[in-house]
Every structure is written in C-alpha cells, then in structure tokens.
Design a protein around this ligand. Structure first.
Ligand code: B12
Length: 504
C-alpha cells in the first residue's frame, strides 16, 4: 500500500517552514511495515513559491490540492498544527468526492482537539492521539483485512455506527527509546528544507549569533510531553517522557556523521522537566565533545538552577527561550503557570549571565489583564533591562489566543464569543490578532504598552552597559517614531517607511 502524508498549509501570512519531523516519524513506520510512503509538505512549497503566493493564496491552495489528488495513494494521512484545519478540510472534502474508498487519518494537534469539526463536517475516517508512530504500525497491521481490530488500537479513534468518534486512550511508553532515529533522508528535498530551517532560525538571532551558510540545522526531540497544565497550552502527549542519555548521544553522533549537522534545535515541550536527567545528559554531551551547539525553546524559568544552566552552557546551548508570559503574579496564577515572578526573574538573570542568549515569550491580554497587571509586566522587564540582561529584542510579545484543546479556548466558548469554531479557527493566524475582549485592556492599549515598554527596556539596557549617550539618542529617536506613528495616518506612515527602505 502507498501512504501519502500531507503537511497542510497554515492560515496566516507567515511563510517560514520547519522540516516536518512529525511526518518523517510516520513515513518511516510505514516503510518499516513494508509499505511505501511519500511526504507532501505544503508549508515548504509555500515558503519556496513565495512569489506565487503573494499573487493569490487561494490559487496556491487550489493548485496544491490538485497536485495532491493527482498522486496515486491508498491511504491519506494528514498531520500538523491546528491552524492547518481550513486547508485540510478542503483537501479531505475533495479527496472524498474523488475517491471515497481512500481512508483518511489525521494526527497531531490538528486532530483530536478538533474532533467535533472532523466528525460533523468532514468524512474523515480516523483520528490519532499522541504517538502516531505506535498507532500507525498497529493500523497497518490491521487495515484492510482485520477492520474490527482497529477498534482495539490504543490511540486510534474510529467512528462508531452513529458516525461519532469513539475515544481510545493512547499507549504512552515512559521510555522513548522504542523509537527509531528519525530518518531525515525520507525528505526528498532535505537540502532545501535544511536551508529554509537555517533561514528561519537566523531570523530569530542577533547579528553576532547568525549562522553561516555552511551551518546545518536540524530539529530534535529528546523528550515528549509536559506535566504542567497552563490554561493556554495544548500538548499532543499528555505525560512527560524521555529518551535515555545513551540514545541521545548515539543519535547526535549519527546526525553529525550522516547529515553533517552542526546545530540542533530542541523542539521539546519542556526539556528541563526532569532536571537531574537533563543535567546529566548535558554533562555527557560536553564530555563527548561532539562539536555541536543547541538552540533551545520553551523553558519554564522557575525550573532552572545554576548548576543546570552551567551544564547547558558547557553542552553547547547558545540560545534558550522561556515562556515567562507575564510579570504579574495575578496573571501567572490565572494561567496556572505554577511559577512566581521572583523565581522567573532569577532564572532569566542566571541564564543570561551564563552567556546563553535568553529570549522571553510574553503574552498580553489574558482574562484578568488590566492596567495594573500590565504595569507589573513592565516592571519585570525593565528590572531585567536595568540589570543589563534583556533588551527589547529579547522579549517577544504575543496576544492571548485560545486554541482548541485548551482551558482558555473553553473559557472563550463558555462566554459565547465563538459561534462557529471553524470560522474562528480560520481567523486565528497566531500572528497578533486579538478578536475578543478577553480582558479589560484593548488591543490598541496593549500595542501601546508593548511599544513603550520596549522603549524603556532599551534605554535602561543601554545605560546598564555604560552607553549613556546612545541611551538618550535612541530614546529620543524611538519616541519620535512612536509619536509619529500615533499621529500620522497609516498610509503616510507606510509611505515614509517605504522611502526610508528605498534610501537604505
Ligand atoms: C515546530 C513547531 C511549530 C512549527 C510548525 C510545526 C508543524 N508541525 O507544522 C511552527 C514554527 C511553524 C509553529 C508555529 C506555531 N505553533 Co507550534 N510548535 C512546534 C513544536 C515546537 C514542535 C512540533 C513537532 O514537530 N513535534 C514533534 C513531532 C514528532 O510531534 P507531533 O507533532 O506531536 O507528532 C506526533 C503525533 O502528534 C502524531 N502525528 C502528527 N502528525 C501525524 C499525522 C499522521 C497521519 C499520524 C498517523 C500521526 C501524526 O505522530 C507524531 C509522531 O509521534 C510544538 C511543540 C511540541 N513539542 O510538539 C509546537 C506546537 C505544535 N505549536 C503550537 C502553537 C500554538 C503554534 C502557534 C499557533 C504559535 C503562535 N501563537 O504563533 C504557531 C502557528 C502559526 C501559524 N500561522 O499557524 C502548539 C499547538 C497548539 C495546537 N492546539 O495545535 C504546540 C503544541 C505548542 C504548545 N504546547 O502550545 N509551531
């Protein structure tokens, strides 16, 4: 049998792409079971065909769907992020029209959190919860000869006689070493994928840390899942699980030799969950002197300790980001972050002072946000700027958004804001909208807060580093820009920006 695996187009205008690790994992299981697989990566093609896309996004999506449906396949698998729903729905609807016999199976955070939409508005056949690697192997053993056995596969949600999906609790092996090393050679465009990924990473780094053309970056998972339940977050894997240290070391050696990899991005939900294991792993990486460096994401600051930070630095972590979210204890509690403002401050200082480029993800506009909680957030960031550890480039602000599968999403639904979840999803790009008044603060006020806080951060950061003159000049320049931005009409602002761009 041939299994076609599609990474769907995401809503929004961002055009970056990340090598589709989720589909590589599934493709290699398919091949291991003696079948054949093909990965069709729409975000990759979108990033590549930027020019066409600017011309017309709808036309691009239509052409992708036609290309996909022209292929020969016996099973269609789709997996990705929740913002891929809209494209995926169009694809599965067309696929069922053309070839109703082909079973369609959906995995990742695109699947289970949207179960009702899939169930009531599409003809898809199966949903997969958690480790798709395990489910796919069992699925291929039973399909199509022993269809009744499909109902017994942990993590495979099948439709019952009434057409409703029947939940099936997944197997969650605590030891992840059951997984084979991801076989990246299954991507026939691997070189271009690696280039796109390096570009994406470079966009998030300051000039002094930017990667060279010869550097080769890959994403890696050393763990899966997260034990915390923050109200805005969803995890495909509901428990924290990890690989053995020996497995990770062997894998690092393998990617270095096989693909010439020089850097890895740790994409784990919360890699520092098990501190002792992670510190030992970092020490072993340092001991092996592999010459690799690491770009880490998604840390929970209050889990950090000085010895762990030192181990990470020795292992080669050059960048690490934290989900700080807010400088207000009230908001941290509402989010169920299980963290204190003081611990967060300390962890960020410690990590930045160890020489690791530290990024903070901040989220504005959670339910409960008001002028006073925003003031606390400003104080938090300005304190770090005064310490000389964080400037405005290192704080990434986003606005609270409820994604299906989260407590925040249910909160929004309960308030009656979402009348049609499909339309809601279509409009969630993850890029800065704030469609509902989740808090007392308006989007405009938050935007202004963000700009003023950035300005203050840079002023104090420059001063902390002894650049008194620069601090004042930049403050005057940035304030003038801000005021001009507020006073001038949008079209004129745009024109001035274009002129400045042309000149430079
Ligand atoms: C890389 C990544 C991205 C990439 C894209 C990833 C993609 N797949 O398309 C980029 C950088 C673009 C991205 C963007 C965003 N992301 Co993101 N991202 C991740 C991250 C860090 C890793 C994903 C990954 O590769 N995991 C590794 C693979 C192996 O695991 P997996 O995807 O779960 O796949 C397994 C199973 O789910 C299943 N499976 C998956 N697909 C399929 C398909 C089939 C057929 C089968 C059988 C099984 C199967 O089997 C796989 C192997 O076991 C996750 C966090 C995480 N650690 O998972 C967040 C995560 C997926 N992102 C998230 C969010 C919120 C976002 C943003 C919306 C953030 C924002 N506000 O801007 C944006 C979206 C922007 C947009 N325009 O759409 C959420 C998802 C929320 C949700 N309900 O979908 C996550 C879970 C983080 C979190 N905890 O909140 N993200």
């Amino acid at each position: 049998m041939k299994v076609l695996l599609v990474n769907p187009n995401r809503t929004g205008t961002d055009i970056y792409n990340i090598p589709p690790m989720h589909l590589v994992c599934i493709a290699q299981v398919v091949n291991k079971c003696g079948h054949s697989s093909e990965i069709f990566d729409v975000p990759f093609l979108r990033a590549k065909r930027l020019v066409d896309l600017l011309a017309d996004q709808m036309v691009f999506e239509e052409s992708m769907i036609s290309e996909i449906l022209e292929k020969d396949f016996d099973i269609l698998g789709i997996g990705g992020i929740v913002s891929g729903f809209s494209f995926s729905k169009k694809l599965v609807t067309r696929c069922k029209e053309v070839n109703p016999e082909v079973p369609i199976i959906i995995g990742g955070s695109l699947g289970i959190p949207n179960v009702e939409l899939w169930q009531d508005r599409t003809g898809i056949d199966y949903l997969v919860e958690a480790d798709g690697d395990l489910v796919m192997e069992k699925f291929l053993a039973a399909y199509p000869d022993n269809m009744e056995k499909l109902f017994d596969i942990p993590g495979l949600w099948c439709r019952g006689e009434d057409g409703r999906f029947i939940p099936s609790a997944p197997d969650l092996p605590a030891d992840l070493d059951y997984l084979d090393f991801p076989d990246w050679s299954l991507l026939d465009n691997l070189e271009e994928q690696l280039d796109q990924f390096t570009q994406y990473i470079n966009n998030t780094l300051p000039a002094e840390l930017k990667l060279a053309k010869t550097d080769r970056f890959l994403p890696i998972l050393m763990t899966r899942g997260c034990p915390f339940r923050c109200t805005f977050c969803y995890h495909s894997s509901p428990t924290f699980r990890k690989h053995s240290i020996d497995y990770v070391i062997r894998f690092l050696k393998h990617v270095k030799v096989k693909y010439g990899i020089t850097h890895l991005a740790t994409w784990d939900d919360l890699i520092i969950t098990h501190r002792k294991w992670f510190a030992e792993l970092c020490d072993e990486i340092a001991k092996q002197d592999l010459g690799l460096t690491f770009y880490g994401a998604g840390g929970k600051p209050n889990l950090m300790r000085k010895d762990l930070v030192d181990s990470m630095k020795r292992a080669g972590f050059f960048r690490f980001s934290f989900g700080v979210e807010s400088g207000s204890q009230e908001i941290l509690d509402i989010m169920k972050k299980r963290a204190t403002v003081e611990d967060n401050l300390e962890a960020v200082r410690m990590t930045a002072r160890a020489g690791i480029y530290t990024m903070l993800n901040m989220m504005l506009g959670m339910p409960g946000e008001n002028k006073s909680t925003l003031k606390d957030t400003s104080k938090f960031l300005v304190t770090l700027a005064k310490d000389g550890v964080i400037n405005s480039r290192r704080a990434y602000f986003s606005y609270a958004t409820g994604y299906p599968g989260t407590e925040l999403y249910d909160w929004i639904v309960d308030r009656g804001f979402i009348t049609d979840s499909e339309i809601y999803l279509k409009n969630q790009t993850g890029l800065g909208g704030y469609p509902f008044p989740l808090s007392d603060v308006t989007l405009k006020e938050m935007h202004r807060f963000k700009n003023i806080t950035r300005l203050k951060m840079d002023f104090y950061y420059n001063r902390a580093h002894g650049y008194h003159f620069k601090a004042v000049v930049e403050l005057i320049k940035d304030t003038a820009f801000l005021i001009a931005g507020e006073l001038l009409p949008r079209s004129l602002r745009q024109r001035i920006l274009e002129m400045l761009r042309e000149r430079s």
